[in-house]
Write a protein that binds this ligand. Structure first.
Ligand SMILES: [Fe+2]
Ligand SMILES: [Fe+2]
Length: 308
């Protein structure tokens, strides 16, 4: 059974990453509807604000209750997040509260002590997150159904909507396990999470490929190469089930490939913010996929040391 301090720490770390991811998914969904579909856009806006509040509440109790390593991993915020938020507000007219990002940047890690009241507060926060994420999953699934039946148009690829749903399902699954006070053993998590994130890294690469302007040939070729590489890695990870030697090898390969993709995404984010890349990628989407690569790298480092 999970100790009280681990429950608090792991829950808050999960929200710092995923509540932000969910609020951004809501924004990406919202801006992709046409003017005709105002009510869909409005619903997306409500989810965005709900997750903003959730993230704000998590941040308000996270100081000294999360680990320094997570805060420094680049999965919570990157040096580009605020700039990307300001640019995305400028383009969309949507108010993105940079104050939340500033507050997350001001957090300090380590220094937890047992605190039953905080534990109770976190359990309530997790419950609220579970209800919210279940509703968001339904919303994403509804959009996908309508899009696939050609009753709704959005500028998001259908695979993008599927991808966003999958990430919400992972958040939900991890939250449920925390609420059950399940101990998570990082080495044992490696297989499932690597299949999940290798697949997502391949999809990010293909989304980037398809959202770049056709004149950006070199970047399109590079994105396509990453996409193919991560498809192979996903298959290799699946083939490593129950074989710790193979899993160790594929973890090393995934780590190297993800570092290279992280650098590609970082350069992409810098290029988009500096108006030097032609694309239809919103600055916040560029930063979002960079944070997800940082999150995966952080996990891979843990898996690597636990698979020795
Ligand atoms: Fe995402
Ligand atoms: Fe993603």
């Amino acid at each position: 059974m999970l100790s009280g301090t681990d429950f608090v720490r792991q829950s808050l770390e999960l929200h710092l990453f995923f509540a932000r991811i969910m609020k951004e998914h809501s924004l990406f969904l919202g801006v992709a509807f046409t003017p005709k579909d105002g009510s869909w856009n409005q619903q997306a806006g409500m989810f965005r604000q709900d997750f903003e509040r959730l993230l704000g509440d998590a941040i308000s109790i996270a100081n000294r209750n999360v680990s320094r390593e997570v805060l420094q991993s680049g999965e919570v915020v990157t040096p580009y997040t605020i700039k990307a938020e300001i640019a995305t507000t400028f383009f969309t007219g949507i108010n993105i509260p940079t104050g939340l990002t500033q507050a997350a940047m001001g957090l300090t890690g380590n220094g937890m002590t047992a605190n039953p009241m905080l534990e109770q507060q976190v359990a309530v926060l997790n419950q609220r997150a579970l209800e919210l994420v279940a509703a968001l999953i339904q919303f994403k699934k509804r959009i996908l159904t309508e899009v696939l039946a050609c009753r709704l148009f959005t500028t998001n690829y259908p695979l993008m909507i599927e991808h966003l749903t999958r990430e919400a399902l992972l958040y939900q699954c991890l939250l449920q396990r925390l609420q059950n006070r399940e101990t998570i053993v990082p080495g044992r998590e490696a297989y499932e999470q690597e299949v999940f994130w290798n697949r997502n890294m391949s999809e990010h690469s293909f989304f980037i490929r398809g959202l770049l302007d056709p004149v950006e040939c070199d970047l399109i070729i590079a994105a396509n190469r990453f996409g193919g590489e991560f498809v192979e890695l996903t298959q290799e990870t699946m083939a490593a089930v129950g074989n710790s030697l193979l899993l160790k090898a594929v973890t090393d390969k995934s780590l190297n490939a993800t570092m290279a993709l992280r650098d590609f995404k970082r350069q992409g984010t810098e290029g988009i913010l500096a108006c030097q890349i032609r694309s239809i990628i919103t600055p916040l989407l560029a930063d979002h996929v960079l944070r997800e690569a940082n999150h995966y790298l952080f996990l891979l480092e843990i898996f690597k040391s636990n698979l020795r």
